[in-house]
Design a protein around this ligand. Structure first.
Ligand SMILES: [Fe+2]
Ligand SMILES: [Fe+2]
Length: 395
């Protein structure tokens, strides 16, 4: 908190919000210990967290500065990637074929889009907030609409990042594969947008932390940083978030939609592991490898600590609960615990597989309680069916 709360309380609400945004930004920057990581994320953090560019209500321009890599020889340079390309072509699906006729009532507790066990309503009561049953449903509707809106914004980022990566990647089989991912991400934008529009009737603005990560990937000129950021980190975040909602939702259309999307995302992470394993272990110098290792660790922490649904807080609790109280509450709700578990189960083994979990960084992961994920299966050893089976089993 950069201004004492007794002073903050007497300021007009818009000023309070701006100061709180500054406080958030400063706490993000002070959490990042590595100066190279701070330099890489800093400008995006200023645009996302301080200027809140994603919330201006106008389209955002981001300057891309990577090189498009052409190869006029069309080499067959990665057989495993080619197999993935064949699988991606065979497994395309049409978003229009989902059962859109399903009638969805987000306020019906009998068929919950997000069941009440996601949130700890007793915990809210102990903080003096008492909801009627009807308010509980409306609150869950807000929360799930917020989640789906962030999925949609993330998918827009994924669509553009996949297009950039297709241009920039150095393997020709990777370019062919990449073209299928562009189609996949386009379809994900389509289905999440349609679900929000037709079934939820809500769309939240992009979260500032998500904006910051997307901005940093779009504007970094190094293709492997885009890859690491998008195909490993953001895809890991997506699998965590989609997997959690897939496990919990009892609304059949959303369940089917997420099932299809998760199958696509499983291929995307597999692609990231294949491309980066070669590159990190064979092409990068030790100093470059270390920079990426540190960057991945810091971004993993940001993803764990920063998606706090402040937009929902502002709608429901501003004035009755402080941001700090909300943060402490959200961090511990059962749904968020599940999200972190699914995300790190998917993410950490992939970092190991691509050579970014050396004995040098392991103690940092241990310190923040993530060492139990070290030995999990990486994406290249897991089929989409395995991932879904894990989720179905845990449900
Ligand atoms: Fe996607
Ligand atoms: Fe994806």
């Amino acid at each position: 908190m950069i201004v004492p709360s007794r002073i903050l309380d007497i300021l007009p609400r818009p000023v309070q919000r701006q100061l709180e945004a500054y406080g958030d930004a400063i706490s993000v920057f002070s959490e990042i210990r590595d100066p190279r990581v701070l330099r890489a994320l800093g400008p995006s953090g200023v645009r996302g967290l301080l200027l809140q560019r994603g919330k201006q209500g106008v389209p955002t321009q981001m300057k891309a500065s990577h090189s498009a890599h052409f190869d006029w020889r069309y080499p067959s340079d990665m057989p495993e990637m080619h197999l993935l390309y064949e699988r991606a072509k065979a497994n395309q699906w049409n978003g229009s074929d989902l059962p859109w006729h399903t009638s969805v009532d987000p306020l019906n507790p009998e068929v919950p889009v997000l069941p009440s066990r996601f949130v700890d309503f007793d915990g809210l009561r102990s903080r003096g907030i008492r909801f009627s049953k009807e308010e509980e449903q409306r609150f869950l509707h807000s929360l799930v609409s917020w989640m789906l809106s962030q999925f949609l914004h993330g998918e827009q980022g994924a669509l553009f990042a996949a297009a950039q990566v297709t241009e920039a990647v150095q393997f020709f089989d990777g370019k062919l594969y990449g073209s299928t991912q562009v189609m996949d991400e386009g379809r994900h934008v389509e289905v999440f947008h349609r679900y929000l529009d037709e079934k939820m009737g809500r769309l939240y603005q992009v979260n500032d932390n998500l904006f910051t990560i997307i901005d940093s990937l779009m504007t970094d000129s190094r293709w492997d940083m885009k890859f690491l950021g998008m195909q490993i980190m953001v895809e890991g975040l997506a699998l965590g978030a989609f997997g959690t909602l897939y496990q919990l939702t009892q609304e059949p259309l959303l369940k089917q939609l997420l099932r299809n999307v998760i199958q696509d995302e499983a291929r995307h992470v597999h692609y990231g592991v294949l491309a980066l394993r070669e590159h990190v272990t064979k092409e990068l110098s030790e100093s470059e490898r270390r920079e990426r290792e540190d960057w991945a660790f810091e971004v993993a922490l940001l993803m764990r600590n920063r998606f706090m649904a402040f937009e929902v807080y502002e709608e429901w609790f501003e004035g009755t609960m402080t941001r700090e109280q909300w943060k402490a509450f959200v961090t511990e709700v059962p749904g968020m615990q599940l999200f972190r578990q699914v995300m790190f189960t998917r993410l950490v083994p992939n970092l190991r597989e691509i050579g970014l979990l050396s004995p040098r960084i392991m103690p940092h992961y241990e310190r923040v309680g993530l060492s139990r994920y070290f030995d999990g299966r990486s994406a290249d050893k897991l089929s989409a069916e395995d991932m879904l089976k894990d989720l179905d089993f845990a449900a």
